[in-house]
Write a protein that binds this ligand. Structure first.
Ligand code: PMV
Length: 333
């Protein structure tokens, strides 16, 4: 008999970013972070454990995955096997409705969905906090895709106290994240490698020691729904992370000419009185944060800008959830 479960999770956009680890293996971050869980984009993952399998198998977007991608998932499943006492190998099938590895935090939704599906299929019934810790070990930002709405990941010092929780539900504030796709090419340096380079930048210490100031400003801006305050701190935090990236050794440049063009356009719009700001993760794409009432007009304007491939409309969403589970493995999720 096999056990299977299917779970869904959304990516998230960090308003205060995570870059660099205290513990690389457990992904204990150097600083806390704050994000918004993004409804509209999702990853759906099925995990089925079979007694007769000899190794784990992974399929992403219909394609079988081998090498480092499979090993990363296998290492993650090893943890689940250890905790559950279930030694069976698994078949993992994952599907996202957005491009992977391009700075749209696909690893966040992927490892959040995998955490819930794998732990459930292995017979564990984890609390939100336990799931957030487990997801963190797969990809740091995945810890923030377990809870919904506006989410804070407390850095902590060890596995037990490093997890994310919701600071306000999705209905708290009608923000929209217009994800401006400039390129869907996979990035040259993934974030796992990038985090390791963070301490080589002389700016990283300053970024980390200033983190509680930025977290406090961002948390208050969210709780008070103060867009102007949010815009200021979100843009400063993104620039600080990219300053660290650009000054590490070797340096990481995720921005493209169109990325910079977008930053400047958004700044101009805000100067004219529109509540809008931008933030960028480890890729060239730009997240344009605005209020729901302006999102349709802004999307049209964004699509008219040269080099913009696409714009996804996303809004504050719920946490990871279970779609189905089965003890025969026959019923599909
Ligand atoms: O979770 P990772 O290892 O993919 O790191 C994500 C890092 C950033 O997206 C650049 C920032 C963040 O806090 O999400």
């Amino acid at each position: 008999m096999s056990m299977s479960a299917t779970a869904v999770a959304h990516p998230n956009i960090a308003f205060i970013k995570y870059w660099g680890n205290k513990d690389q293996k457990l992904r204990i971050p150097m600083n806390g972070s704050i994000s918004m869980t993004l409804e509209g984009l999702e990853t759906r993952t099925k995990v089925a454990f079979y007694p007769e399998m000899e190794r784990d198998q992974l399929t992403i977007q219909g394609k079988p995955i081998y090498g480092e991608g499979l090993e990363r998932v296998s290492r993650f499943l090893e943890r689940v096997r250890r905790w559950s006492g279930n030694s069976e190998y698994a078949r993992v099938t994952s599907q996202s409705n957005f491009p992977m590895g391009s700075g749209i935090a696909s690893s966040a939704s992927a490892f959040a969905a995998l955490s819930l599906a794998a732990s459930t299929a292995a017979g564990l019934s984890f609390t939100e906090r336990e799931l957030s810790r487990l997801a963190r070990t797969g990809s740091g930002s995945a810890s923030r895709s377990i809870p919904g709405g506006f989410v804070e990941w407390q850095a902590g010092t060890e596995h037990e106290n490093s997890y994310a929780f919701s600071i306000a539900g999705p209905e708290h504030w009608e923000l929209v994240d217009l994800v401006v796709v400039i390129s869907t090419q996979p990035k040259e340096t993934g974030s796992t490698e990038g985090h390791k380079l963070a301490p080589t930048s002389p700016l990283q210490d300053a970024r980390v020691s200033d983190a509680s100031r930025r977290l406090n400003l961002c948390r208050s801006a969210i709780l008070e729904r103060d867009f102007e305050a949010l815009a200021r701190i979100v843009e400063q935090d993104s620039n600080m992370m990219h300053a660290v990236m650009m000054t590490s050794q070797p340096p990481l440049f995720y921005w493209r000419p169109a990325t910079v063009r977008m930053i400047r356009i958004v700044k101009k719009w805000r100067k004219k009185g529109l509540p809008v700001c931008s933030t960028i993760d480890a890729g060239p794409n730009v997240h344009v944060i605005c209020l729901q009432e302006h999102s349709k007009t802004l999307k049209k304007r964004l699509l008219d800008i040269p080099d913009v491939e696409d714009v996804y409309t996303t809004y504050p969403g719920g946490g990871a959830y279970l779609l189905c589970r089965s003890s025969s493995g026959e019923s599909e999720g």
